[in-house]
Design a protein around this ligand. Structure first.
Ligand code: IMP
Length: 197
């Protein structure tokens, strides 16, 4: 089995979520930010798959190591899958989570609750320096709430309502979110792959 894998992410939030989900594997998981230098991949793909693969391949070559990279997005049915791959910068280049939420709520201002269906989708790419590549995806369905709610304010969490829990993502504790999230589901498959390498 692979003994060490590098996470190609600069997000502390994601690093913690991914490390906690992989902690029962006998693999050292390191974030690329713990190195002096790391690649700054330009995420210009047209799909989440394109970006995850690009990040994983570049980092695998750079570090000469197995790498995990992910890309996620929120796909709103009424907006034909937008913001999708542009989720991070939906309201502009330097925008905040709050700016993105405001823009999305405005785009859906006349849309009734039952038509505000959406899903978060994650694609995770696992790449080796010699060019091996594995892909895994995970999704969670929800509804874009009419207003923001909850205290765990990552990304679109305050407006992503999950009917089964009668709560938004931001109202769920990280423990619960980390068992049901799109990333958690994609990481379950990643575990299966890692055990076979
Ligand atoms: P990333 O590829 O995981 O960085 O996700 C891109 C963007 O999608 C983030 O900047 C967030 O705005 C949004 N996003 C991804 N995952 C989540 C989540 O679990 N909750 C809320 N927003 C998310």
């Amino acid at each position: 089995m692979v003994k060490k894998i590098i996470l190609a992410t600069t997000s502390k939030y994601k690093e913690e979520e991914i490390k906690s989900l992989l902690k029962d594997l006998d693999i050292e998981v390191m974030s690329m930010t713990s190195f002096d230098k790391y690649p700054k991949t330009i995420e210009d793909g047209k799909t989440l798959e394109d970006n995850a693969i690009k990040k994983a391949k570049e980092a695998a070559k750079f570090f000469n190591s197995w790498v995990i990279a992910d890309d996620s997005g929120l796909e709103v049915d009424y907006l034909n899958g937008e913001p999708g791959v542009f989720s991070a910068r939906y309201a502009g280049k330097e925008c905040s989570f709050q700016d993105n939420i405001k823009k999305l709520l405005y785009a859906l201002k006349d849309v009734p609750f039952e038509k505000r269906t959406a899903r978060f989708r994650t694609v995770i790419a696992i790449a080796s320096p010699s060019g091996q590549l594995y892909l895994s995806t995970g999704e969670i369905y929800g509804i874009i709430n009419l207003i923001g709610k909850g205290q765990y304010n990552f990304g679109y969490d305050p407006i992503f309502y999950i009917p089964e829990y009668n709560k938004t993502f931001a109202e769920l504790t990280p423990d619960i979110k980390n068992t049901i999230s799109h990333r958690a589901k994609a990481l379950q498959q990643v575990k299966v792959v890692l055990k076979q390498l």
